[in-house]
Design a protein around this ligand. Sequence first.
Ligand code: ADP
Ligand code: ZN
Ligand code: ZN
Length: 757
Amino acid sequence: MSAMRDASEAGSANSDGEGAAGGEAVPVLLPLPLAGAYHYRPPPDQTVQPGDYVTVPLGPRQVPGVVWDAAAARPSASGRPLRLREIASVSDLPPMPAARRAWLDWMAKYTLSPPGAVLKLALPVPAAFEPEPPVLAYGRGSAPADTVRLTPARRRVLAALEDMPPLFPNELAARAGVGSGVIRAMVPLGLLVAHWLTPGVASALPDPDHAPPTLNAEQAVAAAALREAVEKAAFDVLVLDGVTGSGKTEVYCEMLAAALRTGGQALVLVPEIALTPQLLARFAARFGVAPRAWHSALKGQERRRLWRAVARGQVPLVIGARSALFLPFPQLRAIVVDEEHDTAYKQDDGVAYHGRDMAVARAQFEAAAIALVSATPSLETVANVDRGRYQLLTLPSRFGPAQMPSIDLIDLRADPPPPAEAPGERQFLAPPLRAALAETLAAGEQSLVFLNRRGYAPLVICQSCGYRFECKRCDAWLTEHRRRRRLLCHHCGYEEPTPKACPSCGSVDSLTACGPGVERIAEEISTLLPAARLAIMTADSVRGAEAAGAMTAAIAAGEVDIVIGTQMIAKGHHFPGLTYVAVVDADLGLRGGDPRATERTYQLLRQVAGRAGRAAKPGRVALQTLRPDEPVLQAIASDDREAFIEAELSYRQHAGMPPYGRLAAIIVSMRDQAAGYALTRALAKAIPLSRDPYGEISVLGPVEAPLALLRGWYRWRFLVRATRRAPLQHFVHEWLKLVRIPTNARIGIDVDPHSFL
Ligand code: ADP
Ligand code: ZN
Ligand code: ZN
């Protein structure tokens, strides 16, 4: 979040409303990082009410906004003359309900963000308020075809419309192979009629009773609880906790069905857009039509149409990434947060928020039921179950004959990878892993090799002089992407071609890749098993939902023998032929000073392991490690989740870390290092410890952030730690008011941080 500022461009045009005659002034919240709502006059002969979507003048521009509640108005700058400008237009959309406005206000306070910045999340399509103009289409006219002379071209036009709804002019011209002149000339003859169509979204509605599955006993109990929660039409949080392959998706579909039966809407949040194609296909099989998908890749017109249709209540079921949480459903009855523990739900920049937590809050404000679904629920969720706030539903076993896989640790110290044949090269796969890949291939089954590192190698150094390739804008090494022959920064996107010679000492062929990335593992496997069909699945190699869908379909169809992938492959996918899963570096997530690192490693590795043996054939999992005694790895290998949770929760409790304590990260960034340091010192001096007489809040830092330089900005961190009942947000708010923040500084506030970079 950048420091709050006032829109000086609004100038006197937006004086404060206090004292306006007859309560004429209407507060309008704008989707901008402003301190509060501005006042406007309603348009002549029109009344507006809170929640109305409006367009208003701001300086020379017209901007969208929402008529807000009186309490939200900016404090008065008294004594100024009132020259209120007028609301330019009021949208025909149904107004934003009071509960939604209250939720957004709450979220602004919770995340310590300007209310307008939060509103911006809910108004992602600025042009959405204006209705789309109707579009022209042609259908067959009533003139009997034998009364007019029919040229071959005209015949083709009529044939193209045979059994068709009206077609757009360009579509009709293309199908008939004629020019637009031919079509236009047919209208006055009565051969064609013009239709003006209102653009909309596809109208087939999901049918809750299209193809319900026959649930087993455990599933039926969970489904009934979810259904009842929806039917109560009250706020309720249910945790659907079941091993991978236990049928969680089938079960939560019953919750969606219950919401559809009430005539309200249902929303499914997924952490990763790559998951949507497979889920859309499953939902289409269950409900007869696929739900609508909302994600950042939706463009222009499509985005606008879908948003408007949602606001009008025409879209009963949406599946989407984090940003779908802000869609304007008129009556949301059910929310599902699939893979609720996933860190992709956390947004770190701009308004820093956790999608799962904000979803729970939305359900509370709008009296909806919400299901948090996971095979490895977050410790926050586990703690809320323990506190009796969330209701726990469990699916303890896999559906049908599928068994949980057996999990082995490969101790790399005892069983190191064989040396490479080429001098200066290295290999990364230990003999047991190599043998298992070969056996699985021979049996005609599939393997997944997991390494959470994109590219070929995470670091390139010069063997002659020790030079390391570093990003010039970040405190980070450049990753080699050998297929593209480029060096990339994974933090800021900077890239350069891989040079032939060392830029420091000029030696040729002295550059060496250090450590493995997925490309390098793929190279090693193709040398080992030249006949195997390999696929690499990472965010670089598979771009966008469509490519991801095609890739997962190919894997599911058995067109690939060995998949090598990053965390993109770990989640949700269901591959019936996959029987062996190998994790190249199980220690990877355990490094670094992140208090959630252990939990994340546990979840990720459990989830990867869950890909194995999901159909009739049993699965095997192997984790390569240098630290086989690490408690997390022991808990995974012995499949003892309770032991892991207990150990980790007691550590967190002892350390006052979430879910027992609360954190807020304050990140100071400036391009000028000296000025940034001075500002950080000033903030440190201003820490108002007097505001915390009970010692329930402490401030750690300042320290240089682990990424001390990011995209050219120098960064320092404070970490505020508080007990659960301490007024954390109030404390931070009061503290930051004590120091003047220069306009060229950024103060990032992250309440409940998940990233510690
Ligand atoms: P999860 O979401 O827990 O990983 P899924 O819902 O994907 O589990 O179920 C795993 C597999 O078992 C899927 O292929 C699913 O269609 C199948 N399955 C689960 N429950 C049933 C059921 N009651 N009837 C038929 N198939 C089921
Ligand atoms: Zn060198
Ligand atoms: Zn960089």
